[in-house]
Write a protein that binds this ligand. Structure first.
Ligand code: FAD
Length: 380
């Protein structure tokens, strides 16, 4: 049954929030729709920030136009929620009533600086990119803390600007996410591009009152620029005391429902109460935005709350993955060669599922999804 009078409030202004807003209207919600977002740059896509916007001044952030949705947009930070009174309070002190609430406040970059250290550089927002660009223009050397996809994308931007870059992590590049086989391939590619990789045995500490370097074991490394890419932390501070969030984020079920009635959640702020926890990736934020919107209207979702498509771009190489992660053991090479930087790969998992990886080879996501569903891999 479609609700016409219910007022729906979405807190957040990024992909999960915008997808939820669009889905609410598409599924027939014609009552009040209010979006509260804290980013003064509005609604934009984060993935291009580290892949294109950081590298090239001419490339602008990809923004979304929601003007056709007849929504009330409030640019402010939600600071608390009262689940009894069903109100969200913003930083300027406005109380906004809801019948259903969708929490889509995402995550913030995890910081590792000590309380007395200033100048830690992270990359999460368009404002972070604007702050980073002039430093990149000047820097000759850089250290990137964290060899996940974001750290390796930032290292790639340094290489594109002829900056000598060292990447530091406890694990080899992307090993936690993609597994050892692809990690080894990325390490080889990074070495060929003169990216130095330092494997730390203990967590890295930043050095300098104004951050200038890092300390690992008994070594201090310094550089013109140090960027922390050490993961993200769900934005749940405003939910304190509400029962909606806990130390892991906002727990959701298959319908993106939280533990509190009429409160739903989507995107990086969430973890699955039923599956494997947090999966803070773009495609999941889109899927959950749709599911949360349907659930807020009491309708059947049209998709699952997870979508295991992930992509990244490292040192000019596009990597697209469809299927469960991480990838253990050797793949079947369907086409091309990893050494040549152009291969279509398949991993079969013990539970019968398949993961398909386009490693530097141009393949549509639709094709990868089809191959991941198929049990027999075509040889031509
Ligand atoms: C640089 C970068 C590159 C990435 N590249 C990829 C990629 O290649 N592939 C991939 O799968 N994923 C990638 N990701 C991850 C992907 O962007 C996230 O999974 C996605 O943005 C999550 O969307 P979200 O809407 O849940 O949260 P977010 O994008 O974190 O947005 C949450 C929004 O809520 C707002 N907000 C927070 N707190 C409040 C509050 N209290 N009140 C009001 N508003 C608030 C914030 O201002 C923010 O705009 C990348 C992330 C970054 C940072």
């Amino acid at each position: 049954m479609t609700s016409v009078a219910r007022s729906i409030v979405i807190v957040g202004d990024s992909i999960a929030a915008c997808t939820a807003a669009r889905e609410l209207r598409a599924r027939g919600h014609d009552g009040p729709l209010i979006m509260i977002g804290a980013d003064p740059d509005g609604c934009y896509a984060r993935p291009p920030l580290s892949k294109h916007v950081l590298k090239d001044e001419a490339v602008k952030a990809e923004t979304w136009d929601l003007s056709d949705l007849d929504l009330t947009s409030i640019v402010d930070r939600a600071v608390s929620v009262n689940t009894e009174a069903r109100t969200v309070t913003t930083a300027v002190g406005t109380d906004i009533s809801y019948d259903a609430l969708i929490v889509a406040t995402g995550a913030a970059a995890r910081r590792i600086a000590g309380p007395d250290q200033s100048g830690e550089t992270v990359l999460r927002t368009f404002a972070d990119v604007r702050a980073l660009r002039p430093t990149l223009d000047e820097a000759r050397t850089a250290i990137v803390v964290g060899a996940g996809f974001l750290g390796m994308e930032v290292a790639s931007a340094c290489v594109a600007r002829d900056i000598a870059v060292t990447v530091v992590d406890i694990d080899p590049p992307l090993k936690r996410l993609l597994g050892p086989y692809l990690s080894d391939a990325i390490v080889a590619r990074a070495a060929a591009a003169s990216v130095e990789f330092v494997q730390a045995e203990t967590p890295v500490a930043l050095t300098g009152d104004r951050v200038m370097g890092i300390e690992i074991a008994d070594r201090i490394l310094t550089a013109d620029l140090v960027v922390t890419c050490a993961g993200d932390v769900p934005e749940t501070g405003w939910l304190d005391g509400s029962g909606i969030a806990d130390g892991r984020g906002v727990g959701i079920d298959e319908l993106c429902a939280t533990a509190v009635p009429d409160v739903f959640a989507a995107g990086d702020v969430t973890y699955s109460r039923e599956a494997s926890g947090r999966a803070p990736f773009w495609s999941n934020a889109v899927a959950q935005g749709k599911v949360a919107a349907a659930s807020a209207l009491g309708l059947e979702p049209t998709c699952a709350p997870t979508d295991d498509y992930f992509w990244t771009e490292i040192l000019g190489l596009s990597i697209k993955v469809v299927g469960p992660l991480p990838l253990l053991g050797e793949p079947t090479v369907i086409e091309g060669s990893v050494a040549d930087g152009s291969a279509l790969l398949q991993w079969s998992h013990d539970d019968g599922r398949t993961t398909i990886v386009a490693f530097g080879i141009k393949k549509s996501v639709g094709l990868l999804r089809r191959l991941a569903r198929e049990t027999v891999i075509p040889t031509t």
